[in-house]
Design a protein around this ligand. Sequence first.
Ligand code: URA
Length: 434
Amino acid sequence: MLLRKRDGGLLNEKDWLELFSGFESGEVPDYQLAALLMAIYFRGLNLEETIDLTRAMVKSGDVLDLTAVPGFKVDKHSTGGVGDKTTLVLAPLLAAYGLPVVKLAGRALGHTGGTLDKLQSIPGVRVDLSEEEIVEQAKAIGLVVAGQSERLVPADRKLYALRDVTGTVESLPLIAASVMSKKVAGGADGIVIDVKMGSGGFCPTLETAEKLAEFMVAIGKELDRKLVVRISRMEQPLGQAVGNTLEMAEAIRTLQNEGPDDLKQLVLTLAGDLCLMAEPEKPREQVTAELEELLRNGSALQKLEELVAYQGGDPEMVRNPEKLPRAKVKLAVTLMEDGWLQHLDAAAVGRVAMRLGAGRKVKEDVIDPTVGVILWRKAGDEIHRGEPVATIHAASLEQAMQAKQELEQLFRLGPRPIGQEKTPLVDERIWRSF
Ligand code: URA
């Protein structure tokens, strides 16, 4: 199999199933699988091979059975980003709309954040739910955000761990199969995938993001899943907050209809796509108006309170997020010149937050939920010398000073605006599998 791919040949589902069982039994060592991944990185997989890989990955474990949960069950996935707290707003909003959400989320790794860490910035919240608990909670409150059990797509865990240490994460077919296998195994009726384009995600260019979207909908079609893929920009962080507690607080503000515009716009678009999958006859404007009303009248926030209470946290923290634990040191970042912010590199901001302790360089790192950065100015904004452009939340003054120096370098100013406002955050095109 390895030699075949090295020489440009094709792989099929049977190859993968044999490989996974050989890996499981110890017959196939890590280094052979790692070499195969590198061969795939360079040679690629065509669409049929990627579909075969996805099928084999799903078959490597269990599929979550949500048939006992009434209604059109929905799920959402983002290919990863910086400041991306979309799920924490979108999931309660959709549950308030009446669509049950079972979201199996991930942890922070590298410069990208993870929904589970953000949710667990509320002390006491459990995310290691059993399949029975997930189904029970989905039936009771229509909303679950939990970690993926060991039994769901175990092949992805093994492949991802090896990809992570062999420089092969950024292979489009491997990303498509990894994401789609988990979505298929997650058991939802309708899925929306937010492909991030820009330095903060895995697709640096529009072209790669389009290719990934095409791969995913083709897999969705073949594996009979209702799927919409959107492309959204991740050249700079989403919203203002980067860091777990800070992002949770921003998600809560957004659920109170007071969050940043970019985050709200993304949430309404992706949530709207899922509502229209469930009710295709409704006009989109009506769906958007109904979703906005659920933010305004407190119903969406109420759903997050229910989720936190159900999963063992204190819902009071949702009602009063100022009670969430906060970092010891706060330090403002100011610039010495006037100008227009041209660019604020998402991945670089993510790395600053990670070094403060908000993320993990390696999977075993322990994070500090309280630390991170609030960005008061974003690309396209005018900046006056001496005014705060960001606030650093750190565990020590030394770390805060280091982050300040790093952030100052990232605010790249120019003499005039960049016209960023002309480029929409979410691409208007919709890729769908149905
Ligand atoms: N997210 C995933 O779940 N898998 C990938 O390979 C990349 C992003």
